[in-house]
Design a protein around this ligand. Structure first.
Ligand SMILES: NC(=O)c1ccc[n+]([C@@H]2O[C@H](COP(=O)([O-])OP(=O)(O)OC[C@H]3O[C@@H](n4cnc5c(N)ncnc54)[C@H](OP(=O)(O)O)[C@@H]3O)[C@@H](O)[C@H]2O)c1
Length: 314
């Protein structure tokens, strides 16, 4: 059935300025790492994306290697653009990244200019887009001169292939360098993408979040629910088809008796406040100073609907 976006979508979401930029991002953004690959039913992916946009989620986050198979999440987005979202292109803020292995040989990984530029060309074709709103270096590359990776980002913006740039998983020292380099080249760093959640506070401990706040760089938290741990998903065993049951990115060994006890205690605390654990976990992140948005994943519309409940508490 032809898609028409819900007319009330912008009354359902709260937006936050991304650092000291002109861009407003939704407090809840949607990640395409899982659930949008060629192994996933297209109709389910489509329903999640439609539900997201109908609820004011204007920011979709991708990377070259999201799938599985790598590249297929971008292909799913390309199909969604053609079938549903083309009329809304200017209402969407779409990001992709390069930094992890994408193709064989010496030019399909890390941070060389060769890789970054070729990868974005491929991503644009898969997503059927002329440009992305945001392009990231997906990880810090200790072997490539930082100037090379950063100049590739600058040139990508100059050539109109991305409107803004960001970095993800860079060390504080490299982030400082990147910020200065990009500023001097008139392509300010829009945002830093890092993992911050109730179980992993590294961006606060290592000073990344403070740096972003001080310098007017936005911060978006990936895996805000710790891949599902910070929900009721694993409180009573490991459900079939859950991310943990697949055993690749979320391993059973992580769910120690101590962690389970902590999750149950937080679940009770949330219930006392009339919240779900997911709601409490997302609210916690959004209350941390310097955080612009949380980047949630969802394998169903109902999960996303539950996660959006956090908007009531912020
Ligand atoms: N920059 C980076 O290096 C990096 C790394 C990782 C992620 N990311 C970005 O961050 C996005 C989100 O990451 P993530 O998928 O790990 O996020 P997440 O929100 O922490 O976890 C999402 C998973 O948790 C489960 N879940 C979500 N809501 C639930 C609910 N209400 N009740 C029960 N279970 C629920 C689902 O897993 P089930 O499959 O078990 O249903 C869902 O797929 C990615 O898509 C990507 O865009 C970036």
């Amino acid at each position: 059935m032809e898609y028409t976006a819900n007319e009330y979508r912008y009354t359902r979401m709260k937006y936050e300025r991304c650092g000291r930029s002109g861009v407003m991002l939704p407090k809840v953004s949607l990640g395409f790492w899982h659930n949008f690959g060629s192994v996933d039913p297209y109709e389910r992916s489509r329903d999640i994306a439609r539900y997201a946009f109908d609820n004011g989620i204007t920011h979709f986050d991708l990377a070259n290697n999201y799938g599985p198979i790598p590249g297929s999440a971008e292909e799913t987005l390309g199909r969604l653009m053609d079938e549903d979202f083309r009329p809304y292109r200017d209402e969407l803020f779409i990001s992709t990244k390069a930094g992890y292995e994408m193709w064989q040989g010496p030019y399909g990984n890390w941070g060389s200019r060769k890789y970054m530029i070729a990868s974005l060309e491929q991503s644009l074709k898969r997503m059927r887009l002329d440009y992305v709103d945001l392009f990231y270096s997906h990880r810090y590359d200790p072997s490539t001169p930082l100037e090379e990776t950063l100049q590739a980002l600058v040139d990508i913006v100059r050539h109109g292939k991305a409107l803004y740039v960001g970095i993800s998983r860079w060390t504080l020292e490299a982030t400082r360098f990147a910020h200065q380099y990009l500023k001097e080249h008139d392509v300010p760093m829009l945002i830093y993408q890092g993992r911050l959640n109730m179980l992993d506070r590294a961006p606060q401990q290592d000073g990344i979040l403070d740096f972003c706040s001080q310098e007017g760089v936005g911060f978006i938290s990936f895996s805000p629910l710790a891949q599902g741990l910070l929900t009721d998903r694993y409180l009573h065993g490991i459900p079939e088809n859950s991310r943990m049951s697949k055993g690749k990115f979320l391993k059973e060994e992580m769910l120690t008796p101590e962690l389970l006890a902590q999750l149950r205690a937080w679940n009770d605390e949330a219930a006392e406040k009339g919240q779900s654990l997911a709601e409490m976990a997302l609210t916690w992140i959004l209350h941390q100073p310097g955080v612009t948005s949380v980047l949630v994943g969802a394998s169903s519309v109902s999960q996303l609907a539950k996660n959006l409940q956090c908007l009531k508490c912020i």
